[in-house]
Design a protein. Structure first.
Length: 209
C-alpha cells in the first residue's frame, strides 16, 4: 500500500499543458498588506499585497501561493503585489495609487499607517509584460502594475491594459476592448460602499500576512 503524503487532499493539482495564468484586465481586489522595501541599488518603494475578490480568478494569488513547492529550490512568494517607488520622479504614480485606494473606500484617508490599509478595497490592473528568456527569445508574462478606483472596475467598461513591450521590439497581438472577465458579480450603480457582493478574505495561517 502506497503512503499518501500529508496535505495531498487539500493540495491544488498542477495540470501540465493547461494555462493557469490570470488574464490581463482590471479586477476588484482587497489589500492584505503594505510594507516598505528597497531594491539592491537602494531605490525605496511601497509594496501592496492583494488578492482578487470577484469573478473566475477570485483568490487567484492565494491559490498560486499554496500551490508553490519550496522543495524545488526556491522560497514561496506572494505574486499579487503592486509596487510603487518613492523616488522623486515616481511620486506622481505613488500618489495616484494611494488616491485610488482612498476613492475606492468612502471616507478613508491614507495616513501612512500600514494597519489601516489592510482590508481596503481597490481596483487593480494586470497586464502582459514582455521579457527576454535565457535563450534570447521574447516572451510574455502577466503581472499587476497599478491601482485604480474600484468603482471604475465594477462598472465593466474599462479598456484592457496595454502590453508593456521590451524596447518596443515586438508587436503584441491585439485583444478586444472591454476585457471584463466572465462571471463578475458586478453590483449596480447604487450599491453600498461596503461592496457586499464581493468576496471576504479571511485570515489564513498558511499565508504570509
Amino acid at each position: 500500500m502506497l503512503r499518501k503524503p500529508n496535505g495531498y487532499d487539500a493540495a491544488q493539482a498542477v495540470k501540465i499543458g493547461e494555462s493557469t495564468y490570470i488574464e490581463p484586465g482590471w479586477y476588484p481586489a482587497t489589500i492584505l498588506k503594505v510594507a516598505e522595501g528597497s531594491t539592491s541599488n537602494g531605490s525605496e518603494y511601497l509594496e501592496f499585497s492583494f488578492d482578487i475578490i470577484d469573478g473566475p480568478f477570485t483568490r487567484y494569488y492565494e491559490k498560486d501561493y499554496k500551490a508553490q513547492n519550496p522543495g524545488l529550490g526556491y522560497d514561496k512568494k506572494w505574486r499579487g503585489v503592486v509596487r510603487y517607488f518613492m523616488t522623486e520622479k515616481s511620486l506622481g504614480m505613488l500618489k495616484g495609487g494611494i488616491t485610488a485606494i482612498e476613492e475606492s473606500n468612502t471616507g478613508y484617508k491614507f495616513d501612512w499607517n500600514e494597519a489601516t490599509v489592510k482590508g481596503k478595497k481597490v481596483g487593480v490592473g494586470i497586464r502582459r509584460e514582455q521579457y527576454e528568456s535565457n535563450t534570447g527569445e521574447l516572451k510574455f508574462t502577466t503581472r499587476p502594475f497599478a491601482f485604480i478606483d474600484i468603482k471604475k472596475v465594477l462598472a465593466g467598461d474599462m479598456e484592457p491594459p496595454k502590453d508593456r513591450l521590451l524596447n518596443n521590439n515586438a508587436q503584441a497581438p491585439s485583444r478586444p476592448a472591454g476585457n471584463t472577465p466572465p462571471g463578475y458579480q458586478t453590483p449596480g450603480p447604487t450599491s453600498a460602499p461596503s461592496y457586499p457582493n464581493l468576496e471576504t478574505l479571511a485570515d489564513d495561517e498558511e499565508l504570509p500576512f
